[in-house]
Design a binder for this molecule. Structure first.
Ligand SMILES: [Cu+2]
Length: 137
């Protein structure tokens, strides 16, 4: 935003340039700086998404909704898809903001065992009766 203020300020100074050639030169330089700035901003804001797959225990569509919603609620997670048949969770996230550990911990905290983190017995017992999947001992 600061750049726009500088740009607008510079435009006000334009009529002061006595020579039209100088004016043209200023406009050319300003637009070049502006274009460089736009390019840099575009690159800086484009996150490099990372993909990961891990197992999450669960057994129905209700589990699917809860697992996916909890993962998508984490800052930095773009997509989260859990397969009800094979229990595979596919996530796409910004590695600068979050990681698979954090995602698995969050899912475990709502009662679902993941590859790396087990839910506490209390969280598991709080699940809806049809969501009580068979736990691997
Ligand atoms: Cu369920």
């Amino acid at each position: 935003m600061l750049f726009f203020h500088i740009l607008i300020g510079a435009l006000y100074l334009l009529p002061l340039a006595s020579n039209i050639l100088i004016m043209m030169k200023i406009i050319k330089t300003l637009s070049l700086i502006f274009l460089t700035f736009v390019c840099l901003t575009a690159f800086a804001q484009k996150p490099k998404w990372e993909k990961a797959t891990f197992k999450v225990s669960g057994n129905c569509e209700m589990c699917k909704t809860k697992i996916e919603t909890s993962a998508k609620g984490i800052e930095g997670v773009k997509t989260a898809k859990w397969n009800v048949v094979n229990g595979k969770m596919k996530v796409k996230f910004n590695p600068e903001i979050t990681n698979t550990d954090k995602i698995q911990k969050t899912i475990a905290s709502i009662g679902y065992d993941t590859e790396k983190y087990k839910a506490t017995d209390e969280d598991y017992n709080n699940l809806h009766y049809c969501c009580k999947y068979e736990r691997e001992q």
